[in-house]
Design a binder for this molecule. Structure first.
Ligand SMILES: Nc1nc2c(ncn2[C@@H]2O[C@H](COP(=O)(O)OP(=O)(O)OP(=O)(O)O)[C@@H](O)[C@H]2O)c(=O)[nH]1
Ligand SMILES: [Zn+2]
Length: 376
């Protein structure tokens, strides 16, 4: 009983602390001056299986879950304005506020202090709250929770490239270069792995007989993937692509020469030029710290461009995970005799039976095996 009372008193003190800090913040007192070692902490566990840890430090709510750490500072909505990070250059970010104006912003120091990996604090694609400063400058006070984060491994750490990617346009060409279905599968795994919707866009439809592509399109459509056949050169289905891009944040991925730039240009003349200037600046090393750029579309929506995404050299998938990202394998995996079955050499194996019985496309299964080999 006494223990319970002590707990109640402790909770009360904790809450009072937080309220006092919030009050200070409202009065304009900078919570950064707070000592981090005198923080009010409040940890909780929630969610199914996933451990979510919440701490409140100096008026900031720090949420750690499976996808990383996010910091939610309380902000003054009367003063701060919502915007979108177009690119990060060194210590500054170019933010487009929702009224369309651009501001060069520094990041609030406490956001950096609280982040587990400084490079994660702000990334292209982030929705942020900005406190306007003089002229066209500002301070990023808060980063909204992210979805669709694409990252890559960098010196053993996960390095965020872009955030809030709604969809990735997986561009392949029907010919020149030859269509490589295994590559498509790899992109699909990466997209699913990162929680981003993939759209398969087969370009250069003018070079082949569309009927020849139907079996392949059929396999992907049956799996629930959206597939479109386009030609940047002839303008086929470009209007459809334009509609898909509207009001969403999209990343284009695909091998060199499949026609990504041509498609961007067909969708919005002049866009490819803007994209290219960003890439070449990167190559020349002028913006060595620029990881990615979010480019606004005239009709609404944004496209990301970064060489890392184009080639999709992203955060690795571990072999045990691969089967889970092949949608048609998933229902069989749990029926295998061995709990850690790789569906390769084991006997018996429910996945292999399903392939033999024609429930799983043989080529897709081979693609799975190839990916397993690569990742092992
Ligand atoms: N026949 C045909 N050719 C196309 C089409 N789209 C693009 N091409 C040609 O394919 C070549 C490569 O196009 P790009 O748009 O530069 O390809 P990319 O994917 O941006 O290539 P990288 O910049 O190297 O990643 C160019 O010569 C284009 O003219 C198309 O729909 N049909
Ligand atoms: Zn198996």
């Amino acid at each position: 009983m006494a223990k319970k009372k002590r707990q109640v008193r402790a909770d009360f003190r904790k809450n009072r602390n937080v309220r006092a800090r919030e009050k200070n913040w409202e009065r304009g007192v900078d919570p950064e001056s707070d000592q981090l070692d005198s923080v009010a902490q409040n940890e909780s566990v929630s969610g199914k299986g996933a451990l979510t840890r919440k701490r409140v430090i100096a008026g900031a709510e720090i949420v750690e879950d499976g996808s990383g750490t996010s910091v939610q500072l309380s902000i003054d909505p009367e003063i701060c304005r919502l915007g979108r990070v177009l690119r990060v250059q060194g210590l500054h970010s170019m933010v487009q506020l929702d009224d369309g104006s651009l501001r060069r912003c520094a990041t609030r120091r406490i956001l950096k202090t609280l982040a587990t990996d400084q490079r994660h604090v702000v990334a292209a694609g982030d929705r942020v709250w900005v406190r306007p400063e003089r002229a066209d400058e500002g301070i990023i006070e808060r980063v909204e929770p992210r979805h669709g984060v694409l990252s890559r491994a960098s010196r053993g750490r996960q390095h965020v490239l872009v955030t809030n990617v709604d969809q990735v346009i997986v561009v392949v060409s029907a010919a020149e270069p030859k269509l490589k279905p295994h590559l498509v599968d790899r992109y699909l795994v990466m997209a699913d792995r990162n929680g981003v919707e993939p759209i398969i866009c087969i370009n250069k439809a003018d070079l082949v007989d569309a009927a020849d592509l139907q079996p392949l399109i059929g396999v992907y459509s049956q799996l629930g993937y959206r597939v479109m056949l386009v030609s940047a050169e002839r303008g086929w289905n470009i209007e459809h692509l334009r509609r898909l891009l509207k009001d969403r944040q999209s990343a284009f991925a695909g091998q060199s020469g499949v026609g990504k730039s041509s498609l961007l240009n067909a969708v919005e003349p002049g866009l490819e030029l803007r994209v290219r200037s960003v890439s070449s600046e990167n190559e020349k090393g002028r913006h060595t710290t620029t990881t990615a750029e979010l480019i606004p579309l005239a009709a609404g929506g944004y496209v990301f461009d970064t060489p890392g995404i184009r080639q999709f050299q992203l955060w690795d998938v571990i072999p045990q995970e691969v089967a889970g990202f092949f949608r048609e394998l998933r229902p069989y995996v749990s029926r295998c005799r061995y709990p850690n079955c790789s569906h390769n050499h084991e006997e018996p194996c429910a996945v292999k039976d399903a392939v033999a019985d024609g429930f799983i496309d043989v080529r897709r299964y081979e693609s799975y095996l190839a990916m397993l080999d690569d990742e092992a």
